[in-house]
Design a protein around this ligand. Structure first.
Ligand code: EPS
Length: 381
């Protein structure tokens, strides 16, 4: 059975992930993992932290001579910023003054600060925010890169793009390859005019000490039908994909296919009619279901969207309360990303890869990659 555990604090020593249940003989191209990590750090509107970190993943266990052994794979990304934080983030005795200097009590609306402090009985939100931080997504992207390579060995490909940044929205539909090759790397958007508008918007927001969210779309090609399970609610693939996407920091909405649009029109314009030909087998001419029916993949492309809220650390500081004094205050901010939607798109791809790899592994099992690929090939499309 596949399992993924991530650990690590934003300014701690490192982020790690343990991936259980990968079969033996999965060839791993570590440079492809590094490429996804670089994309996750890129994009117009990122803040000062990304100038410090140059994320590189190391494989600590489970891989020999470029191939998995079937044992747990451990991934590790060292936090370069730890060197600047050791005195207050060390696992041993910390420097009291350094801890006080980095304490956060002017809790940020929209962040986990206040609720986490109450839940874990902490006087300093740092003991919560260090884990709540979206820095954790670096290791999820590294792990997702491994799952992408597992899926790619079966012919399942994943891509994605940015559809909207703070109200600048692209409503057009694109073919899979147009998405894969046609993006502006600074915004993740395909349409260059909208991309330019979005950059202007981010520049204005930065000047105002404000932040932006957006919408990303992930697409999956080559997934055969029947993954997920109509018979058991917990195994429904759409439900698991929604859970995975919603688990990404700052995601507040998930859509599949036509998404919330299904409520705006009637059945004849929503359901994808079914056709059959000898050459193609069963097929549909539309894909409003986003490749998922009855909680199972139906052989069409998967189309998934996630909406990211604006980052809750605003340089202008929102109204809040200082929990140390009970007085009204401006929320804490030292540095912040203005927009991290390009990162979100890479993270969403990684999470989708994880969910799909788990679903494939549950259905097909396999001690070796050869077994998995042979079993996949036998399935109906
Ligand atoms: C984050 C706050 C910022 C971001 C961080 C997420 O970090 P810092 O407080 O060190 O400036 O840069 O994201 C990353 C470090 C990253 O690699 O994505 C937060 O509070 O969520």
């Amino acid at each position: 059975m596949m399992k993924l555990t991530t650990a690590g604090e934003s300014h701690g020593k490192a982020l790690v992930a343990i991936l259980e249940g990968l079969p033996a003989h999965l060839h791993l191209d570590i440079e492809r993992l590094q490429e996804d990590l670089a994309i996750r750090q890129s994009g117009y509107g990122r803040g000062g932290r990304q100038k410090i970190e140059k994320d590189r993943v190391e494989i600590l266990t489970g891989v020999r001579n470029g191939e998995t052994l079937g044992s747990p794979v451990t991934l590790c990304i060292y936090n370069k910023d730890y060197a600047n934080w050791e005195s207050c983030m060390s696992d041993g005795a910390c420097d009291e003054q350094a801890m006080a200097a980095k304490a956060l009590t002017k809790v940020r609306p929209g962040h986990a600060d206040l609720t986490g402090m109450k839940k874990f009985a902490q006087d300093d939100a740092r003991n919560v925010l260090e884990r709540a931080s979206a820095r954790e997504t670096a290791i999820r992207v590294a792990a997702g890169g491994v799952y992408k390579q597992y899926l790619s060995a079966l012919g399942v490909e994943i891509t994605g793009y940015v559809r909207e940044i703070c109200g600048v929205a692209d409503e057009k539909e694109y073919a899979f390859d147009a998405v894969r090759t046609g993006k502006d790397p600074e915004t993740g958007m395909v349409d260059r005019a909208l991309s330019a508008q979005a950059k202007e918007k981010i520049t204005v927001l930065k000047q105002a000490g404000d932040t932006a969210g957006g919408v990303v779309e992930v697409r999956v090609r080559g997934l055969k039908s029947g993954f997920g399970n109509v018979m058991t609610y917990g195994e429904k693939l759409d439900a698991r994909l929604a859970q995975g996407l919603m688990s990404i920091q700052a995601v507040k909405g998930v859509e599949i296919g036509m998404g919330f649009g299904v409520a705006k029109t009637s059945g004849k314009d929503v359901h994808d009619e079914i056709f059959y030909s000898k050459e193609k087998g069963y097929y549909r001419k539309s894909n409003n279901a986003g490749g998922l029916e009855g909680g199972m993949s139906n052989g069409e492309e998967l189309v998934l969207r996630a909406a990211m809220k604006p980052i809750p650390t605003l340089m202008r500081g929102l109204q809040t309360v200082d929990t140390a004094t009970g007085e009204a205050a401006k929320a804490a901010s030292e540095r912040s990303d203005v927009c991290a939607i390009v990162a979100m798109e890479t993270i969403a791809e990684a999470v989708v890869a994880q969910v799909l790899a788990f679903a494939v592994s549950e259905r097909l099992g396999g001690d070796t990659m050869e077994q998995v690929t042979a079993r996949y090939q036998e399935l109906e499309a």
